[in-house]
Design a protein around this ligand. Structure first.
Ligand code: ADP
Ligand code: MG
Length: 246
């Protein structure tokens, strides 16, 4: 279980320190799949990075299975079983896809590494020897990073907008993979996404906006709230257009 208590995160902006996350409280259970959703800039990636230890907490606690890991480094949290796939993954010139998977799984390369690539819709024979550099497209790097997380034995796996830059066919494969992962392992899965097909996988949806948790609940409970918000801004636009065209 991952527990977050009274978490606040402040970051340095151009005009000084800005409080990005304000008093986040969450309990995320083993073997559950959560979708974090909400408007751009609401604080979803910041929350993921605070869980991973990339951003320090101004106050509050992060507990993994009851153990306070708030003061732990990124490496310590990774070793404790937390993994984060970035919204915009970094590239590693000189490092091959095969080597990256080998490092992630902590084992010499085996055929399992091939399976992780298949699971994200990539043909291993085309990728295993390639470098994770700028010769790969954004969607390819994204899928390779997801594969490296799949290769790890994680307690908490966070995937930040896994659908970004990914074609429809690979996206379908990815949905199957997340579904299998959810069914087969005890990992707490957190998917940051706006995609309805990903939202459909969730046991619970967490709506993050303005640096706070606005709502947490099942799709039936949260979906009408999401639709209500989008319908509201859409209606304004439509009305204006009607007036203009009148
Ligand atoms: P989301 O993932 O929900 O789109 P983010 O967590 O990326 O939102 O960002 C939340 C807010 O924090 C935004 O206003 C963003 O501009 C700001 N922010 C994110 N990272 C930084 C940073 N490193 N320094 C300053 N502000 C940041
Ligand atoms: Mg984000």
């Amino acid at each position: 279980m991952l527990e977050i208590k009274g978490l606040r995160v402040s970051l340095e902006g151009k005009n000084g320190t800005v409080e990005i996350l304000r008093d986040i409280n969450l309990k995320l259970e083993d073997h559950k799949l959560y979708v974090l959703t909400g408007p751009n800039g609401g604080g979803k990636s910041t929350l993921a990075k605070a869980i991973m230890g990339i951003y320090p907490a101004a106050s509050g606690e992060v507990l993994l299975n009851g153990r306070d890991i708030s003061s732990h480094s990124i490496t310590e949290r990774a070793l404790a079983g937390i993994g984060y796939a970035f919204q915009q993954p970094p590239r590693f010139k000189g490092l091959t896809v095969g080597k990256m998977l080998e490092i992630a799984s902590g084992k010499d390369r085996t055929c399992n590494d091939c399976n992780f690539l298949y699971k994200v819709g990539l043909c291993p024979q085309d990728y295993i020897a390639r470098e994770v550099d700028t010769s790969l497209s954004g969607g390819e790097v994204k899928r390779i990073e997801i594969a490296t997380l799949l290769a790890r034995d994680l307690k908490v796996a966070i995937y930040d907008e896994p659908e970004a830059g990914i074609d429809l066919w690979s996206f379908s494969r990815l949905i199957e993979t997340f579904n299998d992962l959810h069914e087969q392992y005890d990992t707490t899965i957190i998917l940051i996404s706006h995609q309805e097909r990903i939202i459909n996988l969730a046991d619970e949806i967490i709506l993050v906006a303005d640096g706070v948790i606005k709502h947490k609940g099942t799709k039936d409970e949260i979906w009408p709230l999401i639709m209500q918000d989008s319908a509201c801004s859409c209606r304004t636009g439509c009305d204006e257009r009607v007036v203009e065209n009148a």
